[in-house]
Design a protein around this ligand. Structure first.
Ligand code: GLY
Length: 303
């Protein structure tokens, strides 16, 4: 089914501080450029979401790749998932510590492994065996995040702040795309939540929770507080609303309403079907997003 390509990306949904708005907007615009470049050269939806997410993993603004939140032990632990809507093949990594671009490893798993997931050292070993260089975990850590963790832990001992308040960053990144062949794909990448317990896995890399793609329904990528999102298997829930005849614009908003009303969760979603219709919704104070179609490009963040 030949069609006009579409690409949508997000760069996290939370109370993004005023002084980080421009960085977020630049980041999502750069991500769209990279993904659109892949689509323009005849690349697949999978190529587009991978390239878009790599740009945001490389950008220290976001909670993905270098610059991610630190876990309780002061380490970066990353989760990522990518899914092909035409074959339903997926590739995911969880709790990886030595990969600058976990989404590249996830793509290799999708393309070159009979499995869907690798975690921890096994994932790092798989990546290395498939030509993806490993780095030292220290190379993923930046001073801003060392200070953020220090301040959080100092405060936590005094009055136990709410780790999941919307003001705590959920800068997970993601992309959904439709290519010229009429196939959809989705990708999501994250450093997870600040001060998380070592080994904690969020929604982002769990199939159907923070990421899902099926040509028959839609492609979805989520950001936000992972535990409520995974309880609702919200990416699949949202895609199923499209399958049953609803527009992605409506289904994305309904997903955020459901997240809030059912489990008091917060976050954001991008949702795209193979007709090129898409929705961008969040129930947090701000979310950074951008999209590109043949006719139109736009990006935004609440000012
Ligand atoms: N949504 C990112 C996480 O909770 O890990």
């Amino acid at each position: 089914m030949p069609t006009d390509p579409v690409l949508v990306v997000h760069g996290g949904a939370w109370a993004i501080p005023d002084d980080m708005l421009d960085a977020h907007l630049n980041g999502v615009n750069n991500a769209v450029k990279a993904g659109w470049n892949a689509l323009s050269k005849g690349g697949s939806a999978l190529d587009a979401v991978e390239e878009a997410v790599v740009v945001m993993e490389d950008d220290e603004t976001f909670d993905a790749g270098r610059g991610s939140f630190l876990n309780r032990d002061g380490k970066v632990q990353l989760d990522a998932f990518i899914m092909d809507g035409s074959t339903l093949r997926g590739g995911g990594v969880g709790c990886v510590e030595r990969l600058r671009n976990p989404i590249r490893a996830a793509r290799k798993i999708l393309s070159e492994s009979p499995h869907v997931y690798f975690v921890g050292e096994g994932a790092e070993g798989f990546a290395a065996e498939h030509g993806i260089p490993l780095c030292d975990n220290g190379e993923l850590i930046i001073p801003r995040e060392v200070e953020r963790l220090r301040a959080f832990q100092a405060h936590a001992t005094e009055q136990a702040p709410n780790l999941f308040a919307p003001a705590i960053s959920h800068d997970t990144v993601g992309a959904v795309a439709l290519d010229a062949e009429g196939n959809v794909a989705a990708a999501t990448s994250t450093g997870g939540t600040l001060n998380k317990a070592p080994g904690r896995l969020g929604d982002s890399s769990l199939i159907g929770c923070g990421c899902y793609a099926d040509n028959d329904s839609a492609a979805a990528s989520l950001t936000g507080w992972g535990e409520p999102i995974m309880k609702l298997v919200l990416a699949k829930w949202s895609a199923d609303r499209v399958l049953s005849g609803n527009a992605p614009e409506w289904a994305s908003q309904e997903a955020m309403n459901y997240l809030k009303s059912r489990v008091n969760g917060h976050g954001g979603i991008i949702l795209l079907d193979r007709r090129g219709r898409f929705g961008i919704s969040h129930n947090t104070p701000r979310m950074a997003w951008a999209f590109q179609t043949k006719q139109r490009a736009d990006s935004g963040i609440e000012r």
